[in-house]
Design a protein around this ligand. Structure first.
Ligand code: 5GP
Ligand code: ZN
Length: 114
């Protein structure tokens, strides 16, 4: 289920262009438009929901989140993160979440500062 007003849903529908690096029936990985590391990609599900704590996070959606997490290492390795990577999920205001469609940042391609 997609949300008409959501930027990442528009990317999924192809209404907003993106530099895709991986896609299947469940998820999409594309390059962040403002990279904060040498490699900076965003992994999203094709189902729209805002947060890990979404009230409608049912078993099906939980399974999709786990599927995406398990797929990320393969996608990262194939896209410049052979030596490791970092996954970040900003959740809510204090974390600075700016797009409210659940996403995991995948960062690497260099030694990351902590
Ligand atoms: P958040 O701050 O919500 O955790 O992350 C949102 C991310 O989406 C930011 O890193 C930002 O650079 C990225 N972003 C925002 N708009 C676009 C866009 O139109 N295309 C792409 N590829 N990334 C975007
Ligand atoms: Zn969305």
């Amino acid at each position: 289920m997609l949300d008409d007003n959501c930027l990442f849903c528009k990317i999924i529908r192809g209404e907003v262009p993106s530099d895709k690096v991986y896609e299947d029936e469940t998820m999409l990985v594309f390059k962040d438009i403002e990279p904060k590391a040498k490699v900076h990609m965003l992994a999203i599900l094709k189902n729209h929901f805002k947060l890990l704590s979404d009230a409608d996070m049912d078993e099906q959606k939980s399974a999709e989140v786990l599927y995406m997490l398990m797929k990320i290492p393969e996608v990262a390795r194939a896209n410049g993160c052979e030596k490791g990577f970092r996954i970040i999920a900003n959740q809510g205001e204090d974390a600075g979440q700016s797009v409210f469609h659940l996403h995991f940042h995948i960062m690497g391609g260099e030694t990351l500062p902590w």
